[in-house]
Design a protein around this ligand. Sequence first.
Ligand code: NAD
Length: 254
Amino acid sequence: MPLRTAAATIAKGKTMTRFRIALVGAAGRMGQAIADVAVSENAEIVAKSDLGDQITSANADVLIDFSSATAAEAICDAAMKSSTALVIGTTGHSAKEKQAIETAARKIPVVFASNFSIGVNALFSLTEQAAKILGENFDLEIVETHHRMKKDAPSGTAKTLAGILQRVRQTKNLRHGREGISGEREKSEIGIHSVRGGDVVGDHTVIFAGQGERVELTHRASSRETFARGALRAARWVIRKPAGLYDMRDVLAL
Ligand code: NAD
């Protein structure tokens, strides 16, 4: 995809091409975090929209979405209409909303990632490795903690972790919390638990519990800046890619 903005600057000894963003969910926490770091990433926000606004990607090199899953179809339509690359950070999509994203990715390049932090993407790789090394005698549980305003549960990141464990262990058996006489744990099950409270930016722990030992892999985000910088890195990367559906592991070449 041609870069509409040609201006190039030299930053810290390397060339960083300036690029233009249309931002959806601009008034939200992540929208604000993107705005805070955009200039230092040599990105310019040329269009902002939030709930009730017309979504537009005109004059932008890339459209970045941190809004609501319900906006997915409108966002995909706007990006396809102007052949603009798309970065989707929003989580909690239904099957139909995911389908809209997959359809868009046949026409435009799309990065769709449940978590843009490098640390969490390292956690994804480490989780896969640990699950392979430890094998089926270790019980798998995921615990995620987020601030009280978060709307979806479990988090998109916890779902990605569960997907990794499901692939390694060849199971579909997800257990969302336990209550009452829940019975003995099934060997094939992967537990997922969501904790909500205060201003926690995002914690994820994968527990591998065996006989006489336990391994826990934990990532804690203390600032949204890491997600914002990662999303801008993905945006810069996806502008030049052919149509297709990518995730953060593609961006980081993991
Ligand atoms: P937020 O509630 O602070 O902000 C969301 C913003 O989107 C709000 O200003 C809201 O008015 C707006 N909005 C809602 N519906 C809209 C619509 N139909 N069209 C346009 N704007 C709309 O939430 P947040 O903490 O900024 O998180 C936003 C999303 O990003 C959530 O789904 C969250 O899970 C996800 N998130 C992803 C990552 C990641 O790394 N991928 C990191 C943090 C948050």
